[in-house]
Design a protein around this ligand. Sequence first.
Ligand code: ZN
Length: 203
Amino acid sequence: MDPDPEAEQAASKILRTTFLTIACTACNSFHTETSTGVSTIQFSLPDSTSKKNINTVPARKKKKKTIYLTFDDGPNKGTRKVMHIAAEEEMPISMFLIGEHVYGTTEQTATFDSLVHCGIVELENHSYTHANNRYSDFYSQPACTVKDFMRCRDSLELTNNIIRTQGRNIWRTKNLSCTDITKSAAAADSLQEASFTLIGWDL
Ligand SMILES: [Zn+2]
């Protein structure tokens, strides 16, 4: 789905910073692990009797980063293919689903059932209506925004409160708060107050 021109302009300004955040942010738990340790460097010298294990170089603190693969707007054409590839590769992924798409056709409903049972795809909330692609109107009424995400969560019986806003680049996590378009901030805050965690950019 295409973001509106207003959203595109604002989103482009923060693309670089948010891309890194997307790559580093978990869909289930948002944390950065830190480890310390001593690295072992083994040198091979011509004289085998001179081989040494040198345990002298303290490793710098390294922040472990995890890339999460997420897919929006399903179930739709291609959803099953992505699911099968993820299963073959044993690669957990997340899909942000649209309620109306789940109930759009019998095929889409069947695809949703497959996602529920495949065990490799974590299902997240991308709203019930996708704002009917009228994003500015959608976010101008925070109560309705929250209601739409609740409808999706409840109708699909999703087991978490992780969501992705439509046509926007909005983050509301424990450690991160940013909104690409200021007019959408009130709706974003309302979603967070309703216990949702908002993750990233709807491309
Ligand atoms: Zn979308």
